[in-house]
Design a protein around this ligand. Structure first.
Ligand code: 3HC
Ligand code: NAI
Length: 709
């Protein structure tokens, strides 16, 4: 039929195959190809039924997401134009069986539901993940899915977008049969059976039994709305998705589709959707490193070792075991080893208790972890990740030792969060093999690794680190070496402003509340309490000699530490805690410390608005981010965005700090930064790159385009 869709015959059954690698997205030409194939097969009197199947590794993974940008930019019709094609499929007089392997997501599942029957291999996944892109299903998914699976399942799938494994989809009524063995052969046999039955093909749009009980529908919709409120703070699409599913229960099919289209457009043209689509492509873009060949040979990672089994080392060790990579787990004493291993076991057991891991899987993973007290077997390791205390002298001692006990081709990675990777590498005879792998806490949960290239890190080591990140189910983001790298260097500015604001008159709850409302997972001061205020306190002491004189420093955090208030771990920090309950409680004692500090420093306290809190903290991130970009420490603005979303709880629906600045308008951001410089001095000196982009009407997204290879 076309390059994208082929039509072949298996006896009296037509086989329509989609060939649009890598994921058979519904790019222009695919729906048209399916339509032409169905029409041709319908006309062919020798054909009794049809099978629609995906070529390659998957069925259709959804609409082509790139096309949405064209619609919102006005380069393409806002009507999706898919409905008439799906109607032809559904109204076809010959049975059409959809054969699913891989993923039937979004427009893929919607196409499948327009077919009369669906069969799938047991490993297949179906889902309506549109809300993760800030939109809702736009090809009648919200209308056909409740008809097949009922309102509760449909609302859950459309509002949260999680994939549903084929066996569960079978139970829910979304698919009709699981095919063990050859999918195409099974689907052809199924189509032949349906054709032979003589019954007219079953149309999803005509089915009403699962949506006919008004009382049940109301209960399910109310539960879905309550769930959305709880799980999808600030998000538009999940709410609209439930509204669209409700329309299926109240309106005839065609009117339901019209309602869905209206809600779909509300979402598609929202800032949230544009941001979330940026995030979808951003996650994939950061894996591509300009200057490193796509076919760069990788260092095979078959065995790993971790040095230091504390908070971070334990989590990193779990990552390797989770990926099926055997790992040596080294500590300095039996007691520390037992403690570290105990925490790992406890973490796995909690996952088993939640039903997300079987006992067998837990045992298999634990069997991959080998606790050791010596370096004797480190020759076996292809990579060693160091996670000892954050002290340069200790790190250098450990790396000098690693240099002796590992093979020369092994990668030596440090999990340092602030220290100079070049200096660490200088303790070895092979700086080309040394790199930073900065994980985020909890390392077994957080989905990001800031991969810090040293001046001498080799391309093979960098490329292997990026590929390894994916293998460990993380997103690797490559950055350059500087104090705090990208993430913590920017975060330092953000937290600095939060503390200044407290000194200038904002309450702690007001500061954290404004940023939480903005969408941050937690406010900056509550994050300090979670991470431990003593960490920054130690770092500040280590770097004190580097601080230029006469520059304002936040004072309160150090004073809290002097009083033993390290945060949650000591039951008190910026807030107090009724441990083991970790809910922050406002503490008048802290307010008193802040007021005294402000008075001593001669700071005049005043009323501060939420708007100022957001501008001071977020523009501090943006201004520093721009400097980092200009220095080449971050490769692209999207790298900063992904790091902040995955590592620092920045709301994905805002697209990350640099994308957010673009949506505010760089001129507006720049003008504010200049105003803050006048009020607060040189800490707010505008980044030349921010100035350049702002005054030339450009965006960080434009900047990124200049970096495309
Ligand atoms: N549109 C355009 N490109 C897509 C795409 C899509 N729907 N899905 C994946 N791609 C691209 C990726 O950008 C990537 O491109 P690259 O190689 O140039 O970076 C390539 O396909 C491979 O993707 P992954 O690296 O993600 O491959 P994985 O094997 O890891 O994952 C997947 C495969 C699970 C299908 C994952 O790609 C995915 O979740 N895709 C998005 C699915 C989705 O959101 N579908 C709904 C779309 S919206 C819709 O259908 C609206 C409808 O209601 C009208
Ligand atoms: P931790 O104090 O929990 O653990 C450090 C462990 O290293 C201790 O168990 C100690 O016994 C062990 N150790 C010390 N010297 C050793 C040696 N010579 N050989 C083997 N083990 C040794 O510290 P944490 O928090 O795990 O931090 C480790 C590293 O990770 C630091 O560089 C830190 O900056 C970095 N990091 C910490 C994060 C956090 O949130 N805690 C986040 C990201 C990075």
């Amino acid at each position: 039929m076309s390059d994208l869709v082929s039509l072949t015959k298996d006896g009296d059954i037509a086989v329509i195959t989609i060939n649009n690698p890598p994921v058979n997205a519904m790019s222009p030409g695919v729906p048209e190809g399916i339509l032409a194939s169905v029409q041709a097969a319908e006309k062919d009197s020798a054909i009794k039924g049809m099978v629609l199947i995906g070529g390659g590794r998957t069925f259709i993974a959804g609409a082509d997401i790139k096309e949405f940008g064209k619609i919102t930019a006005g380069q393409k019709d806002r009507k999706l134009g898919i409905h008439p094609i799906l109607a032809v499929i559904e109204n076809c007089a010959k049975p059409i069986v959809c054969a699913i392997h891989g993923t039937a997501f979004g427009g893929g599942l919607e196409t499948a539901m327009a077919c009369h029957y669906r069969v799938a291999v047991p490993s297949a996944l179906v889902g309506q993940p549109e809300c993760k892109l800030g939109i809702i299903p736009g090809a009648a998914g919200t209308q056909r899915l409740p008809r097949l699976a009922g309102v509760a399942v449909a609302a859950e799938m459309c509002a949260f977008g999680d994939p549903v494994p084929a066996p569960k989809a079978l139970e829910a009524g979304i698919i009709d049969k699981l095919i063990e063995g050859d999918l195409l052969a099974g689907a052809v046999a199924f189509a032949r059976e349906k054709a032979a039955s003589g019954k007219p093909p079953r149309k999803t749009c005509d089915q009403t039994d699962k949506i006919s009980n008004a009382q049940e529908n109301e209960t399910a919709l109310a539960a879905a709305r309550a769930n959305v409120k709880k799980r999808s703070r600030n998000l538009l699409a999940p709410r609209k998705a439930v509204d669209a599913v409700e329309a299926a229960t109240k309106l005839p099919f065609e009117q339901g589709i019209a309602k869905e289209a209206e809600l779909f457009n509300d979402c598609l043209f929202s800032d949230q959707s544009k941001a979330l689509i940026h995030v979808f492509f951003g996650e994939r873009a950061v894996a591509k490193v300009p200057g490193i060949a796509k076919d760069q040979a990788l260092i095979p990672i078959k065995r790993a070792a971790v040095v230091g089994g504390g908070t971070m080392g334990g989590g990193i060790t779990m990552n390797y075991a989770n990926a099926g990579i055997p790992v040596l787990f080294k500590e300095i004493s039996q007691e520390a080893l037992d403690r570290g291993l105990g925490i790992i076991k406890k973490n796995y057991a909690a996952t088993v208790a939640k039903g997300r891991l079987t006992q067998k899987q837990m045992d298999e993973r634990l069997a991959l972890i080998e606790p050791v007290l010596s370096f004797d077997r480190f020759k076996e390791a292809d990579i060693v990740t160091e996670a000892v205390f954050e002290e340069m002298a200790l790190k250098k001692k450990v790396f000098a030792e690693l240099d002796k006990v590992t093979r020369p081709d092994a990668i030596l990675a440090s999990n340092t969060s602030t220290l100079n990777v070049n200096e660490i590498a200088s303790a070895t005879s092979r700086p080309a093999q040394v790199i930073g792998h900065h994980y985020f806490s909890p390392a077994n949960v957080m989905r990001v690794i800031e991969v810090v290239r040293g001046d001498k890190s080799s391309d093979a080591v960098i490329a292997t680190s990026m590929a390894l990140s994916k293998k460990l189910s993380k997103v690797g983001i490559l950055v350059g070496n500087c104090r705090g790298f990208v993430g913590n260097r920017m975060f330092h500015c953000y937290q600095r402003e939060a503390q200044f604001l407290a000194e200038e008159g904002a309450t702690i709850e007001q500061i954290d509340g404004a940023l939480y409302e903005f969408g941050m997972a937690m406010g900056p001061l509550a994050v300090g309490d979670l991470a431990g205020l003593d960490v920054g306190w130690r770092i500040r002491k280590e770097y004190k000699h580097l601080e230029p004189a006469g520059i304002r420093q936040p004072e309160v955090a150090d004073q809290l530490c002097e009083q033993g208030r390290y945060g949650q771990k000591t039951g008190a920090g910026w807030y107090k805690y009724d441990l083991p309950n970790r809910t922050p409680i406002a503490d008048p004692a802290v307010q008193k410390i802040i007021e005294e500090t402000a008075a001593k420093a001669g700071i005049k306290r005043r009323t501060i608005s939420s708007e100022e809190i957001l501008e001071r903290t977020l523009y501090a991130l943006v201004n520093e981010g721009a400097t980092i970009l200009a220095e080449g420490i971050a490769l692209r603005a999207v790298d900063i965005d992904m790091l902040y979303i995955l590592g620092y709880g920045f709301p994905a629906f805002r697209g990350g700090p640099m994308w957010y600045a673009d949506t505010v308008g760089l001129k507006k951001v720049y003008d504010k930064v200049c105003e803050f410089e006048k009020q607060h001095g040189s800490l707010w000196e505008p980044s030349p790159l921010l100035k350049e982009l702002a005054t030339s009407g450009k965006t960080f997204a434009d900047f990124d385009k200049t970096k495309e290879s």
